[in-house]
Design a protein around this ligand. Structure first.
Ligand code: S3P
Length: 179
């Protein structure tokens, strides 16, 4: 089994920054799916939404979740906050790796993404949009995740430490190494 860790959670939970840190600690590759989509399409996430709507972005995102799930090198994968709304994405992640939910309180997230810049789904009233999306997605993050890390008040290295510890506990419980 190829080792793979998926980081899921809302915008502002720290998936990209902590993901890079965790990958370095594990000596694994780091994949940021938003960045992969941007590179392949040659446009920013905001421009993809503006030109083709959310559906167009989700189609690209699905393609990259599928390719991350079948890749052949160990990797930490930061997955955009809305990818869990697609049941195929959830199934692919669960089957191919260990899924970590970076859980945060609304006020923590709102502080971090207050302006909504570069995040089309937060246009208008970012805190209201974030609360609404979060309440809809909470059950999906809970469903798909193997491990939950509460990130409120923690620095990025502290979050990465907790992830490493949790991955080791999870692997020994499952009787194997992190997938
Ligand atoms: C989205 C989150 C973003 C990006 C897009 C949609 C979402 O990723 O994929 O703007 O639906 O929550 P981050 O969670 O990395 O900000």
């Amino acid at each position: 089994v190829v080792e793979r860790v998926y980081l899921v959670g809302m915008m502002g939970s720290g998936k990209s920054s902590v993901g890079a840190l965790l990958a370095r600690r594990l000596g694994w590759r780091f994949l940021d799916l938003d960045a992969e989509v941007e590179r392949s399409v040659g446009k920013s996430v905001a421009d993809i939404f503006a030109d083709g709507g959310e559906a167009s972005f989700r189609a690209h995102e699905r393609r990259f979740v599928a390719s991350a799930a079948t890749g052949d090198t160990p990797a930490v994968v930061a997955v955009g906050g809305g990818a869990v709304t697609d049941s195929d994405n959830r199934r692919r992640m669960s089957k191919s790796g260990t899924v970590i939910w970076m859980r945060a309180r609304d006020d923590t997230l709102i502080e971090r993404v207050a302006t909504g810049t570069g995040r089309p789904l937060l246009a208008g009233d970012p805190s209201e949009a974030l609360r609404r999306l979060h309440s809809r997605r909470r059950p999906l993050y809970a469903e798909v995740s193997d491990i939950v890390i509460d990130v409120d008040g923690l620095s990025q290295p502290e979050v990465a430490d907790r992830m490493l510890a949790a991955l080791h506990r999870f692997a020994s419980r499952a009787g194997e190494r992190p997938r």
